[in-house]
Write a protein that binds this ligand. Structure first.
Ligand SMILES: NC(=O)c1ccc[n+]([C@@H]2O[C@H](COP(=O)([O-])OP(=O)(O)OC[C@H]3O[C@@H](n4cnc5c(N)ncnc54)[C@H](OP(=O)(O)O)[C@@H]3O)[C@@H](O)[C@H]2O)c1
Length: 273
């Protein structure tokens, strides 16, 4: 097991569930100091105990809407004590529906969660991250690099998140802060097959593939434990972009050089069962 993050301080927004919690668990096994942000205070308390049992040196948690983390008493003081070696922005919401099936409000809500929340958290942590010349990990998605039908709002907002991540990387380089973009395909989880049922029913969405992980894209689901370990290695090595599976790079490259062919192949693969 790597010990790179032992004794270091990691802030994980969205660290109480899903991929953020898997990352917190890996960091706990490496005996890091953890600071978690989520909204559900009971769940944060539960996960705090699990993380301490798993080996975390300390776990502080802040229950609030992350867009307003700056207003949380004690947050800045906690980070200024140690500085921040690793900031993981793992908050994000997936969605279903083509662009003409969404309302303006649907798009605004997604833009808020998938772009503005992470921007606010990063701004709030910039001084302590700079203090330790730390690394910021922005969890994006393959959908932020390749358009996918059935997920119009998610793709648009995750593309914006990709742009924001690359912009932060350029702007923060001179301050010694590194920014890593992680762009995974669908991640395995217990609720994968039913996660969007209620949303699809509410919006009256019936098209094939909409209920499936990745909006029906033919991709193997990624093991979250393996992914978390890979992300922490990439952050330690200051890699720029971690795209999983790596084969997706071929499609991304094809979009740059032959977009017509790339769109044709993508549509064909989505409509094949
Ligand atoms: N799941 C996938 O297959 C997949 C694939 C590719 C990329 N991704 C990306 O990976 C990231 C994590 O996805 P996930 O599916 O693992 O997430 P998830 O299970 O839905 O968990 C989201 C986490 O964010 C917190 N959260 C959400 N909104 C918040 C807010 N406004 N303020 C504070 N905390 C908030 C939640 O805590 P509370 O419930 O307590 O608020 C929870 O800890 C996202 O950026 C997603 O786009 C996911």
């Amino acid at each position: 097991m790597s010990e790179f993050w032992t004794g270091k301080t990691a802030v994980i927004s969205g660290g109480s569930r899903g991929l953020g919690l898997h990352l917190a668990m890996e960091l706990a096994r490496q005996q890091s100091h953890l600071v978690l942000i989520g909204r559900d205070a009971d769940n944060l308390r539960l996960q705090r105990d699990r993380l301490l049992q798993a080996g975390a040196m300390t776990v502080d948690s802040f229950a609030c809407d992350a867009a307003e983390i700056d207003l949380q008493s004690g947050f800045r003081e906690r980070l200024e004590r140690s500085g921040v070696d690793l900031l993981v922005n793992a908050i994000g919401v997936s969605d279903r529906g083509m662009l003409d099936q969404l309302t303006r409000e649907d798009l605004l809500n997604q833009f808020n969660t998938n772009v503005l929340v992470g921007w606010s958290v990063t701004k709030s942590c910039l001084v302590p991250v700079t203090q330790n010349q730390g690394c910021i990990v922005n969890i994006g998605s393959l959908a932020g690099l390749i358009g996918t039908p059935n997920m119009g709002g998610y793709c648009v907002t995750k593309f914006a998140w990709t742009a924001l991540t690359r912009q932060w990387r350029m702007e923060l380089k001179e301050r010694g802060v590194h920014v890593l973009l992680v762009a995974p395909g669908p991640i395995a989880r217990d609720d994968s097959d039913h996660r969007y049922d209620a949303l699809l029913a509410q919006r009256g969405i019936q098209q094939k593939g909409a209920s499936k992980p990745g909006g029906g894209a033919k991709l193997r689901r990624i093991d979250p434990v393996w992914l978390s370990q890979r992300i922490l290695v990439a952050a330690a090595k200051r890699e720029r972009e971690l795209i999983v599976p790596w084969k997706a790079r071929i499609v991304i490259g094809l979009f740059a050089f032959a977009p017509g062919l790339a769109e044709y192949l993508l549509r064909r693969s989505l409509h094949r069962d």
